[in-house]
Design a protein around this ligand. Sequence first.
Ligand code: SAH
Length: 269
Amino acid sequence: MPSSASLPFPMHRFFVPPNSIQGNTVTLSGSVVHQIRDVLRLSPGDMIVVLDDSGWEYRVRLVMVEQAKVVGQIEQKVLTRTEPRTKITLYQSLLKGDKFEWILQKGTELGVVEFVPVVSDRCVIGSVDDVSKVKFGRWQRITLEAAEQSRRARLPRLHLPMLFPQACERARRADLAVLPWEEEKTRTLRTMLATSDASPIQVRGKNLVIRKPFSISIIVGPEGGFTSREVDQARRYGIAPVTLGPRILRAETAALAAITIILYQLEDM
Ligand code: SAH
């Protein structure tokens, strides 16, 4: 049996606090040590990839694996190119069961950079304080593991839950803000993107097309949808309702469809 050290790819990936890296030495403590030592059973000589949320990844050879501490040496530093240029913030109304967690995981895989949990009128949960510390901790772990698994170089940022008006206030600061709404019949994501700053710039006299970095907010409702009062409120903030087609999608389908359409349309898939 070849040892895992002889398998060049895929290597196990770990996001670590930036201060774990000092010069060429990486010192790990906490739960990642248990993962490396007891779960993956890695030993000195084995390689891992360490990420410090800077966009760089470090290929690290383990030199010491102890019960409370793992030490490694950086052998290579590589700029990771998995982050989309399009910066999507998903404002997702809280959902029942594990649907919200599912969106966090899949949204992270697709490339969402920020998640904002939203409490809107028809949410089952009544207040932003109903999200416990335990639940929030689990959400953070889900985005971390999904980011490692999908080979992202940056961790999506997870915000504390906010109320719908606050969410609109924040969402409108992006280059474009949209609210998928099943009652909207004509305005599509495609037309919104085509008329926004996201459209590529043709460099004069050259066969060169440039896209500027582009940020976009998407606000998706809960199982029961948004109230017309909320849609009006969003409009007043300059947030455009958009259709995702004539069929009614579940909230989690709507969120992932919107993310995918945007990244595809902006050639970021
Ligand atoms: N309760 C509503 C559906 C809500 S679907 C009804 O049965 O009529 C949950 C969320 O998904 C909505 O708030 C909206 O943000 C999004 N959504 C679902 N289908 C959509 C569509 N066809 N177009 C745009 N948004 C949609």
